[in-house]
Design a protein around this ligand. Structure first.
Ligand code: SF4
Length: 222
């Protein structure tokens, strides 16, 4: 098969997004939050955990911890107990406390909006920084999570690639900047509702016409 040109890839991505926007008009971050600090904490909790589970854990936390200094001052063991059901509770508690201590000490207790500053903070990698930039600050961000990775491979926009940074760079060239956030939400929604790791619903997939993996993906989890 001849190699697909960048222009064709871009056109295919455009068609996919147009169709997925129709399919999931309410696609958005599914973590519950009210303030930037709450979303930062919820995002750390969401690693290797479902948003649904995180949303069960966070209401009590958000009632108790209002400011960065409240989170930072709580003992490690207390926070560990409170977030236990979200998994990896030791590391998550450590990261949340370290992040909030830095925010309190260096940023007046506020979340900075600059991507490079965000990724320099404890517990915040590129995925989280992009999510915060996109969701809190309304700027374009490609949030490369497990669904994004799987679908990028299935759409043939990358080949057997698992490195989130390489995938982010590849998709930056394919998806127009102003669509990055919508694209990210569309990947998560489609990955959760149709394009499952195992047994994806290709038979009634709305974007099958633009997907080279239609009918071939998911015999084993990629
Ligand atoms: S056709 Fe199948 S593999 Fe392709 S996006 Fe749809 S569900 Fe996923």
């Amino acid at each position: 098969m001849p190699k697909e040109t960048l222009a064709r890839r871009q056109a295919r991505a455009k068609a996919i997004l147009r169709r997925l926007r129709k399919e999931y008009p309410d696609a958005k971050c599914e973590l519950d939050w009210g303030t930037p600090l709450e979303l930062a904490a919820a995002t750390i909790l969401s690693a290797q955990c479902t948003d649904k589970r995180v949303n069960l854990v966070t209401p009590a936390l958000f009632r108790k911890y209002r400011q960065a200094k409240d989170w930072a001052a709580t003992p490690q063991e207390t926070l560990e107990k409170e977030i236990h059901s979200a998994g990896f509770f030791r590391n998550k508690a450590k990261n949340i406390r370290a992040l909030m201590a830095r925010l309190d000490a260096e940023f007046g207790g506020e979340l900075p909006g600059d991507f490079d500053v965000l990724v320099s903070l404890p517990g915040i990698g590129r995925k989280t920084a992009n999510l915060l930039v996109a969701t809190v600050f309304g700027r374009p961000g490609l949030v490369v999570d497990t669904h994004f990775i799987r679908l990028s491979n299935r759409f043939g926009f990358v080949k057997h690639e698992a490195d989130a940074t390489k995938i982010e760079r590849a998709l930056q060239k394919i998806v127009p900047r102003e669509d990055w956030t919508d694209w990210s939400h569309a990947m998560v929604f489609h990955g959760r509702r149709r394009c499952f790791a195992r047994n994806p619903g290709c038979a009634d997939c709305p974007v099958a016409a633009w997907c080279p993996s239609a009918g071939k993906a998911g015999a084993k989890a990629e």
